[in-house]
Design a protein around this ligand. Structure first.
Ligand code: AMP
Length: 574
């Protein structure tokens, strides 16, 4: 476990250095000591095994230890703290005041984390309430007044509620600071200090952050007691081991991923590929989608019997299936000789997982291909993998419709050339000769190419997949971002586009719903959204012009207030 950003102090203080070596890499969720209600929830969600950060963080957190975790989005860090928080809730919870407080930088994250806690804690009857700026206070007051076990809050709003006497922190046994570096960047340092001062001193304190700047380290020293330090970005010994693999990544919004995967596969036309997913449900859904697109895809996950798996493997080896959609657990130990491509449908939760996965191609001197789809939020993890494995991952544009057409024509040309070189074509001569009485030879050839092309390729798909920029630098923010309404894009901050959304007041739509939907489904943050007008039957939202297509695609694929809605650019008014 090598510290990459850790300070000298971090290294001195790390009592659990070497944990990586001791950690049992095969530990299951049950081995982590989680209670049956939580295990049931994880099975229901299709999680097959803990991610490395979960293996390392859960047992000490369950035991009550303070923890300082360096982990980025995509590592499974939310469950790494959410499961222990839930596990530590007492069975009897007669009081209404919160027992745990999770602080996060943005409203989007507050919603996301509270949903995760809710999903994991359903069988425990955990009462989880998110509170954040931008939502009317009365609703949050009511939610708090009815009794709560875990509050997930942005610091500004938590402090407001504390000062109004509506949030009582006297019973809090665990405090989690998630994305702590972001909270400091957003100017929440004082709010955090004020909040921590209100929580009983004997509490457990847990801090997760993607980076560990000096300021954060000093804050951790003041508020955490003998913390266990955990870091997921470990070195992976790759030298001499990494096979010849072309590594490529495509940045796509979540909603566009199935289409992007289809497009990439169309262009790559693998002989045999494995597509790795995180959960069983994802495996099943994606297998269905790919079969719908004409691929011969087979699912492989831990919920299947040995017999079912053997059948699937037989079909892959025999060439009747070309794509295997699998979880890591199911694919362990799998050896497919003819595998040409490994696809990561998400950035893997750990660099080791990435290395294991891509080790399956590039055998026997042939070049293999590793493809990773990256949601904008997970870009940091991709950088970590690149650094840890020491091999460049080229971020490329998702092939356009024109790229795909060109590639298909190229395949047709190659097939025709092969036929011209190798096949006995004599028996077709009469057909050509009779046609040339009437048509030019070139015209006859064109018609023949068209038929051959369509017979092998099927109809062209003509939907462009919106490009998403990979934001490598953390965006600069000003002030306490969670207070008040999202601001308009600043003057000079670039062009904006207005989008029409086919739901308005009559559907109960409020500005927060639109900002939440946009920030949750795209790479935009709440503050990137400009003015919002809500009319009776529709709404108009201003977004940065460069992100308009991404927002349209994402919103079309999701719901606003639980409904599918029309989303398009606003038509110019006459
Ligand atoms: P996070 O890094 O917390 O943002 O989590 C990234 C994604 O991984 C979320 O969509 C989680 O639902 C999912 N996830 C977390 N832990 C696991 C696991 N052990 N197995 C499968 N998926 C997971």
């Amino acid at each position: 476990m090598t510290s990459d950003v850790g300070t000298a102090a971090a290294r001195d203080e790390r009592p659990a250095a070497g944990l990586a070596d001791e950690q049992d890499e095969t530990a299951t969720f049950a081995d982590l000591g989680l209670r049956p209600e939580l295990l049931a929830a994880l099975t229901r969600l299709g999680y097959e095994e803990p991610t490395p950060i979960q293996r390392e963080a859960v047992p000490p957190m369950v035991a009550g230890r303070d923890l300082l975790g360096q982990a980025a989005t995509g590592t499974g860090k939310t469950a790494a703290y959410a499961l222990p928080v839930l596990q530590r809730l007492p069975d009897e919870r007669p009081g209404g005041d919160p027992l745990a407080l999770v602080l996060v930088p943005t409203r989007e994250l507050a919603i996301q984390v509270s949903e995760a806690l809710h999903r994991y804690g359903r069988d425990l009857g955990a009462r989880v309430v998110p509170v954040y700026g931008g939502q009317p206070i009365p609703r949050q007051l009511r939610a708090l007044a009815t009794g709560v076990d875990v509050v997930v809050a942005t610091p500004g709003r938590a402090l407001d509620l504390l000062q109004r006497g509506s949030l009582h922190l006297g019973g809090v046994a665990t405090v989690v600071l998630d994305e702590a570096d972001e909270m400091l960047d957003m100017g929440f340092a004082e709010d955090l200090e004020a909040l921590l001062a209100e929580v009983p001193e004997e509490r457990q304190t847990v801090l997760f952050s993607a980076t560990m700047p000096r300021r954060l380290d000093s804050m951790a020293r003041r508020h955490l007691r003998d913390p266990l330090r955990i870091q997921v970005a470990r070195e992976v010994p790759t030298e001499g081991q990494t096979p010849r693999v072309r590594q490529t990544a495509f940045v796509v919004a979540r909603a566009a991923k199935p289409a992007a995967l289809g497009r990439v596969l169309d262009v790559e036309s693998p002989t045999a590929a494995i597509v790795f997913c995180r959960t069983r449900d994802e495996v099943d859904d994606l297998t269905e989608t790919l079969n719908g697109r004409g691929y011969r895809a087979e699912a492989l996950h831990g919920g299947m019997s040995q017999e079912q798996r053997d059948r699937v493997m037989g079909r892959l080896r025999g060439g009747t299936a070309e794509l295997l959609v699998a979880t890591d657990v199911a694919a362990r130990g799998l050896d497919v000789e003819q595998l040409t491509h490994v696809v990561n449908y998400d950035v893997p939760a750990a660099a080791e997982t990435y290395v294991h996965r891509i080790g399956r191609v590039g055998r026997a001197g042939r070049e293999g291909v590793a493809i990773t789809l990256v949601e904008p939020r997970a870009h940091r993890m991709l950088k970590t993998i690149e650094r840890v494995t020491g091999a460049p991952i080229h971020v490329e544009r998702v092939p356009t419709v024109a790229d795909l057409r060109a590639r298909r024509l190229e395949l047709t040309r190659a097939a025709l050339r092969e036929s011209l070189l190798g096949d006995d074509l004599e028996r077709f001569r009469a057909v050509v000769e009779t046609l040339t009485d009437e048509f030019d030879v070139m015209e006859v050839a064109l018609a023949a190419v068209k038929l051959a092309h369509e017979a092998t390729n099927g109809p062209d798909d003509d939907e462009e997949i919106p490009e998403v920029a990979l934001r490598l630098e953390r965006p600069q923010r000003e002030g306490n971002g969670d207070r008040g309404r999202p601001s308009r894009p600043r003057p000079g901050g670039g062009d904006t586009a207005r989008l029409f959304i086919g739901a308005g007041r009559s559907a109960g739509v409020r500005p927060g719903d639109l900002v939440g939907a946009i920030a949750g489904e795209t790479e935009l943050r709440g503050r990137d959204v400009g003015s919002i007008e809500i009319a009776e039957r529709f709404s108009l939202v201003e977004v940065p012009a460069g992100s308009a297509e991404e927002v349209i695609t994402a919103l079309r694929a999701s719901t606003v207030k639980g409904r599918k809605v029309t989303v398009r650019r606003e038509r110019p008014r006459p």
